[in-house]
Design a protein around this ligand. Structure first.
Ligand code: CTP
Length: 221
């Protein structure tokens, strides 16, 4: 199957030398891409700036900003059976990025920010994606309630939530502890594990929920 995965942070330019970004190593998304390639899938990895080696066997599309990630996803989503949105996309960008380096001033500087494109939220409503849609959620409190609400609002089949306030897991960590929220109301907590193991577990569950196809794309009963 063709699978699109977004990974890593985005960078939103303030001027030619500064940007706003999110603490994200990209490890979870890259681990999912690795697992998907190993499982024989055709993988498109749309990645923000990370310090990880490219995933062998995947088509890697490198982007910087939320807008560039949005456009890359929009252009590559058609034909995908599964889309996994793992990227830590900045929710805001500077409204008027400067062409020249901004000079420092005395006192307080105020930045005006505007919303970025909601890529996951556009998958169904704007891009018309009909495949299996997976979102991620980084929560710090009331995780369960927010996750269920996000799953419904963005039209996901599965939402993977993790509590980023716990030490040693989540953003930039090697390990993670996640809860899977399914569209039918089911919930499943996976034990804490390194992201490569979690990626395999998550992918196995997605595959199990999808109709099986032979090498020619014909559905198998
Ligand atoms: N996401 C996205 N585009 C954005 C923001 C988020 O595609 N501009 C995706 C992420 O990749 C992730 C999911 O949306 O799969 C959840 O991100 P999050 O920022 O937690 O979602 P929000 O609905 O913006 O939640 P909150 O209100 O907590 O910020």
């Amino acid at each position: 199957m063709r699978i699109l995965i977004t990974a890593g942070p985005t960078r939103e330019a303030l001027d030619p030398v500064r940007y706003l970004s999110i603490r994200s190593s990209g490890r979870m998304g890259y681990a999912l891409a690795d697992a998907a390639v190993a499982g024989g899938h055709e993988v498109v990895l749309v990645s923000g700036p990370v310090s990880l080696p490219p995933v062998a066997g995947a088509e890697v599309v490198s982007v910087e900003s939320a807008r560039a990630m949005y456009e890359a996803v929009r252009d590559r989503l058609p034909g995908c059976a599964i889309a996994i949105f793992c990227a830590a996309v900045a929710d805001y960008r500077p409204r008027n990025p400067a062409d020249q380096k901004i000079k420092k001033i005395d006192g307080i500087m105020t930045l005006e920010l505007e919303r970025t494109e909601d890529i996951l939220g556009s998958a169904r409503s704007v891009f018309g994606f009909r495949g299996f849609l997976v979102g991620f959620a980084a929560e710090t409190n009331e995780g369960r309630i927010h996750a269920r609400e996000k799953l419904r609002r963005k039209g996901c089949d599965l939402l993977v939530s993790n509590d980023v306030s716990r030490p040693g897991t989540g953003f930039e960590a090697l390990e993670n502890e996640v809860c899977l929220h399914y569209a039918d109301g089911r919930e499943e907590s996976l034990p804490r594990a390194v992201k490569t193991i979690l990626a395999e577990e998550i992918l196995r569950r997605i595959e199990a929920l999808l109709p099986r196809h032979d090498d020619h794309g014909t559905a198998l009963s």
